[in-house]
Design a protein around this ligand. Structure first.
Ligand SMILES: [Cu+2]
Length: 283
């Protein structure tokens, strides 16, 4: 039993070390914005929040590894030095005030060392800095709609591309017909909601995951620090096509964003729905 426990702890340490030092810890091996085959660890960080999340994860992994190695060493000492054969007449010691204080105080200190950066990260995520741009992401069964309230209420839907619609280079199950376009290094506030059931707007490389709840506006933010195309997926089980409502965000330069806005305003110029026309006619 004790050997089994020791083995489990040992395996945990080895796996942790592999993740930390070989694969996951240096996320530079993973691509930004998309996951890779056999990837361990996170996608590359593209926002300050994701960078902090990755650092916090690595810090915890080191801490856990140190604790696991310490416990493993204690177990091995007990198994080899204090078994019945090696130590036939055991000591009758029952109390040691120093050790009892230590094994109470040290874990408290460890928890404090974890809590402080954890709250700092939580504030970074929750306190939304003054935004350069606001977008609204609305979850629908089973696609996302987007609104740019700062830019004439530009509105469009983003539907997943089916296999036969994919252009070369577009990833299956992740690419959408229209992408959310945002300028690089801009602070973007994202208002997240839904029309039918709970969805979740999640972008791994941005460190974002926000529930989209019907009748409620949730807020989050990101500042993408590099241009490129980044992919995310709905991350709250929302029905039969939950796996088929991905998110594509295209981060572009300031000038590209301005020219995109021009074309998008024409392309997605709102056509009044039948209902609006009827209502208008009755007024
Ligand atoms: Cu969904």
């Amino acid at each position: 039993m004790r050997i089994a426990t020791g083995l489990l702890v040992f395996m945990g340490v080895v796996l942790g070390a592999i993740d930390m030092f070989v694969l996951g810890g240096n996320a530079a091996m993973a691509a930004a914005g998309i996951s890779e085959n056999y990837q361990l660890g996170f996608q590359d960080a593209v926002t300050p929040v994701m960078r902090e999340i990755t650092d916090f994860h690595n810090f915890l992994l080191i801490l856990i590894t140190v604790i696991a190695v310490f416990v493993l060493v204690l177990l091995l000492i007990v198994m080899f030095r204090f078994n019945e054969k090696a130590n036939p007449t055991p000591s009758r010691t029952t109390h040691n005030t120093m050790i009892e204080v230590a094994w109470t105080v040290i874990p408290i200190l460890i928890l404090l060392v974890i809590a402080i950066p954890s709250f700092r990260l939580l504030y970074l995520q929750r306190e939304i800095p003054p935004a350069d741009l606001t977008i609204k992401a609305i979850g629908n069964q089973w696609y996302w709609s987007y609104e740019y309230p700062d830019h004439d209420d530009l509105t469009f839907d983003a539907v997943m591309l089916e296999d036969d619609e994919l252009e070369p280079g577009q990833p299956r199950l992740l690419a959408t017909d229209n992408a959310v376009v945002v300028p690089v290094n801009a602070t973007v506030r994202v208002i997240v909601t839904a029309t039918d059931v709970i969805h979740n707007w999640a972008m791994p490389s941005f460190g974002l995951k926000m529930d989209a709840v019907p009748g409620r506006l949730n807020e989050t933010w990101f500042r993408a620090e590099q241009t490129g195309i980044f992919y995310g997926q709905c991350s709250e089980l929302c029905g039969i096509r939950h796996a088929f409502m991905p998110i594509t965000v295209r981060v572009v330069s300031e000038s590209e964003f301005a020219s995109w806005l021009e074309t998008a305003k024409e392309e997605f110029a709102s056509v009044p729905s039948d209902e609006q026309i009827t209502t208008a006619a009755n007024e």
